[in-house]
Design a protein around this ligand. Structure first.
Ligand SMILES: *Cc1c(COP(=O)(O)O)cnc(C)c1O
Length: 386
C-alpha cells in the first residue's frame, strides 16, 4: 500500500530518542527548550512554545488572544476541522470564507467583501485563521492590510507549512501575523510523533500561552500573587490551564528532524515537479503557488473533472494507492450544520474543490519507480475516460 504521506526517520533521529529514553527526564526535562530554540532559529521567530499538538496550539493562542463567547473566529471551509474547533473551544462563533479556485487558500477578495458586510452588521471577526494549504503561503500582505483596517488578529494555521517562505519572510517569523501554529504529526513536513508549536513576537502573548500549557501554574517567584512567606514548595495556579505539554521524547525527535528539513523539502519539490510534468494535464488542474512564495509541498492535489472524480479515487484505492481527499468542507460536517446555518451558495469554490480534488502520494521515501507507477495508473485512467 502506498499512503498519501508518511514520516521518514533517519537513524540519527532514533538514536537521539533512545538517548532521552535512557536519561533522567522523559518529560519536563531539557529537550523541550532545545526544540523551541531550534524552531525559533529555523523560522526566524522571536518566541516559541512547543506543545503536544497544533490543535492545542490553536486553542491556547485563541484563549490567550482573548477569544470569548459571542466573538467570531473566521477560517476557511477546506481545512482540517481543528482550524475551526479552536474557536468553539473558546465558546466563540465560527464563520467561513470561501477558498480561491487556483491556490486553494483563502480568497482574499471574498474576505474583503465579507469584512465590509460584517462591519455594517457589527459582526467583525476577532480572529482570522488563514491556512497555508498544502504549505502554499496565503497572501499574507493583503490579509495583514485587512487586519489593520478591520482590527482582527491573525493566527496562521501553518500545520502544513514548516519550511515555507513568503516574500522575504519565513513562515513562523510572524512578520504579517500575531501568531503561527505548526503541527508535527507524522504526515506533516517534519514530525515529533505528536506535537505542535506556536510562534509569536509579543512577549506577553508568549507568556500567556506558556502558562496555559501547564495548568495555569506559575513557578517563577517574581510572578507570584503571594509576596510574603513564600516557602520553597510553593507554586501558584493563577488561571485555568491545561496539560498540553510535549514530552522530552517527542521534543528530541522533532529537534532532530529539523536537521533534515532541507532534504525533505528538496525531495518533495522534485516529486511535485515530476507529477506536474508527467500527468496528462489537459484533464487535470494543479494547485497554483502564490506569488513570490515557496511551498513545502505538503500535499499534492489533482483537481479532475467532476464526472470521473469518484471513479478515479476508487480506482487508485483499489490499486493500493491510498489517495485521500483533503478535506471535507467544514460546513458539511454534521456537528457544524447543527450549530450554524451555512449557505452552500457562499462556498462555490470550496464545493467545486470538494467534488474534484484528490491528494496523491508525496513524501520523502516515495521512490521514483513508485511515483511513475502512480502516474501511469492516473494517465491510463484519464486516457480511457477521454
Ligand atoms: C494536521 C492539522 C491540524 C492539527 O494538527 P495536530 O498536530 O494533529 O493537532 C490543524 N490544522 C491543519 C490544517 C492540519 O492539517
Amino acid at each position: 500500500m502506498i499512503p498519501y504521506s508518511r514520516q521518514h526517520l533517519f537513524s540519527e533521529d532514533i538514536k537521539k530518542v533512545i538517548k532521552v529514553l535512557k536519561s533522567n527526564f522523559l518529560t519536563q526535562g531539557p529537550q523541550v527548550e532545545k526544540f523551541e530554540k531550534k524552531i525559533a532559529k529555523s523560522c526566524n521567530s522571536k518566541y516559541v512554545v512547543a506543545l503536544n499538538s497544533a490543535t492545542s496550539g490553536l486553542h491556547l493562542t485563541c484563549l490567550a488572544l482573548g477569544l470569548k463567547k459571542n466573538d467570531y473566529l473566521w477560517t476557511v471551509p477546506i481545512t482540517f476541522i481543528a482550524s475551526a474547533n479552536c474557536g468553539l473551544y473558546c465558546g466563540s462563533k465560527i464563520d467561513l470564507v470561501d477558498i480561491d479556485n487556483k491556490t486553494f487558500n483563502i480568497d482574499v477578495y471574498k474576505l474583503e467583501k465579507k469584512l465590509i458586510h460584517a462591519k455594517k452588521y457589527n459582526k467583525l471577526p476577532k480572529i482570522l485563521v488563514p491556512v497555508h494549504f498544502g504549505g502554499n503561503p496565503c497572501d499574507l500582505e493583503k490579509i495583514s492590510y485587512l487586519s489593520k483596517k478591520y482590527k482582527f488578529k491573525i493566527v496562521e494555521d501553518a500545520s502544513h507549512a514548516f519550511g515555507s517562505k513568503y516574500k522575504n519572510s519565513l513562515i513562523g517569523d510572524c512578520k504579517y501575523s500575531d501568531a503561527t501554529v505548526f503541527s508535527f504529526h507524522p504526515v506533516k513536513p517534519i514530525t515529533s510523533g505528536e506535537g505542535g508549536a506556536v510562534t509569536c513576537k509579543d512577549p506577553e502573548l508568549y507568556k500567556k500561552i506558556k502558562i496555559l500549557r501547564e495548568h495555569g501554574i506559575v513557578k517563577n517567584k517574581r510572578q507570584f500573587k503571594k509576596k510574603k512567606n513564600v516557602q520553597p514548595w510553593y507554586y501558584e495556579q493563577q488561571q485555568l490551564g491545561f496539560n498540553y505539554r510535549i514530552s522530552d521524547i517527542n521534543a528530541a525527535l522533532g529537534a532532530s528532524q529539523i536537521d533534515h528539513i532541507n532534504n525533505f523539502l528538496k525531495k518533495r519539490d522534485q516529486i511535485s515537479k515530476v507529477y506536474k510534468k508527467k500527468i496528462f494535464n489537459n484533464y487535470v488542474e494543479f494547485q497554483k503557488y502564490e506569488k513570490n512564495s515557496y511551498s513545502t509541498n505538503h500535499l499534492f492535489i489533482i483537481k479532475v473533472n467532476k464526472n470521473i472524480h469518484k471513479a478515479l479515487f476508487n480506482n487508485l484505492r483499489k490499486k493500493k494507492i491510498y489517495v485521500q481527499l483533503h478535506y471535507i468542507p467544514i460546513y458539511r460536517q454534521p456537528y457544524y450544520k447543527k450549530i450554524f446555518n451555512f449557505k452552500l451558495k457562499n462556498f462555490k469554490n470550496s464545493e467545486d474543490y470538494y467534488s474534484r480534488a484528490i491528494s496523491i502520494p508525496i513524501y520523502f521515501s516515495l521512490t521514483h519507480k513508485k511515483q511513475l507507477k502512480i502516474i501511469e495508473l492516473i494517465n491510463s485512467f484519464l486516457e480511457k475516460k477521454k
